[in-house]
Design a protein around this ligand. Structure first.
Ligand SMILES: Cc1cc2nc3c(=O)[nH]c(=O)nc-3n(C[C@H](O)[C@H](O)[C@H](O)COP(=O)(O)O)c2cc1C
Length: 353
């Protein structure tokens, strides 16, 4: 996609959120920013970072902090990336292709949703390192199998299996209602077109460990389980051969009154092997927050709504800008805290208040 990069002067994700709110239709902005129920989980995700303080070590002579991280055989330049967000055409006409291209420019990991507007093969066509594919296991295994086969044929190497949507959380606006709006009726689900029948359910309340094992047998891709918050489930993921765990509460859009994911990380980290791929999302808006999660044991951090703020303000250029701010801020914060690289983390540099 050829486009002239736009220049922005937003200094933070919060500023991008304010700008996006002015640009997006009210209905879309509310759909994007809301949490489930009273928004208690949503609020906890955002506020729990304040319960932790970073404690710098000085005189370490760090000239060029290294933000790179190796994961699943690829060297990424940054430890943060795009969480799966469905229907990105709500936020910009280029939809998921703007996100995959911005991630490619910054060598950041990218996860594409089952309910993307564009088909995985199309959105990932020019990516050298293929995006990970987020799978909603449908209640019709033929559909699930079709999705797994199609994305593997298109080059996917990692499946992110979302397990925290047996049913949709209680939300004021749902995507289905939005797609009935005349402005958005043209948007379709590229991965599901001609595959999902009217009677099939994209959210499978019967999902259990047997189905996990069947999915694992059906694909050669690595499987990351997304939506884990309980240490017992983390143990089961490892016992069942999951290749990674994404601690997530869906950005507070599913169960209300839940733990923040940072608090869940503190419970889960002690039970996973040292180099196990442990990821986290929900509520990350600053480099300090990202660094806190990494010191507490996450290998990578993913962002959902901020991608949509980037899309709203400028499509690919907006997401490029988001990654630029975060990378600059992360390098600055690593220098301030005294961390030269993300592989040699010192746990004494964080404290619960
Ligand atoms: C508008 C929207 C759509 C989402 N769609 C999906 C999806 O299709 N699949 C999925 O696993 N998670 C989905 N999520 C959840 C995100 O992957 C992620 O867990 C969450 O947004 C992280 O929280 P954050 O928005 O505070 O960064 C969606 C989130 C939002 C805000």
């Amino acid at each position: 996609m050829q486009q002239k990069p736009l220049k922005f002067d937003y200094n933070s994700i919060d500023e991008m959120q304010i700008a996006a709110k002015e640009i997006l239709p009210k209905l879309v902005s509310e759909y994007l920013n809301a949490g489930a129920g009273k928004g208690i989980t949503l609020e906890r995700n955002l506020s729990s970072f304040n319960n932790w303080a970073l404690i710098p070590k000085r005189l370490k002579g760090i000239l060029n902090p290294n933000t790179g991280i190796e994961m699943f055989g690829h060297q990424y330049s940054v430890p943060f990336g795009a969480a799966p967000v469905g229907i990105q055409g709500l936020f910009h006409k280029d939809a998921e292709i703007a996100t995959t291209h911005a991630c490619m420019n910054h060598n950041a990991p990218c996860i594409l949703s089952t309910v993307s507007n564009l088909k995985y093969a199309e959105a990932s066509k020019s990516c050298k390192v293929k995006p990970w594919f987020q799978l909603y296991p449908t209640d019709n295994f033929k559909v699930t199998k079709h999705l797994l086969t199609a994305v593997e044929e298109a080059g996917a190497e990692v499946i992110v299996l979302t397990v925290d949507v047996p049913v949709l959380g209680k939300r004021k606006h749902n995507a289905r209602a939005l797609l009935n709006h005349p402005d958005f009726r043209h948007l379709s689900f590229g991965n599901l077109k001609g595959v999902l029948n009217a009677e099939d359910n994209i959210h499978h309340p019967g999902l259990n460990w047997d189905l996990f094992s069947l999915i694992k047998e059906t694909t050669n891709c690595k499987i990351v389980v997304k939506g884990i918050v309980h240490p017992d489930d983390a143990k089961l993921c490892i016992e069942h051969g999951a290749d990674g765990i994404m601690i997530s509460n869906h950005g507070g859009r599913q169960l209300d009154s839940g733990l923040s994911t940072l608090d869940a990380l503190v419970k889960i980290e002690p039970i996973v092997p040292k180099d196990y791929p442990l990821f986290i999302d929900s509520g990350f808006r600053t480099a300090e927050g990202i660094l806190k999660a990494i010191i507490l044991g996450a290998k990578m951090v993913f962002l959902g709504r901020p991608i949509c703020y980037g899309l709203a303000v400028g499509g690919q250029s907006g997401v490029d800008h988001l990654w630029k701010i975060l990378r600059q801020d992360l390098e600055r914060t690593m220098r301030l805290v005294g961390i030269a690289n993300l592989e040699s983390i010192d746990k004494s540099q964080i404290e619960k208040l």
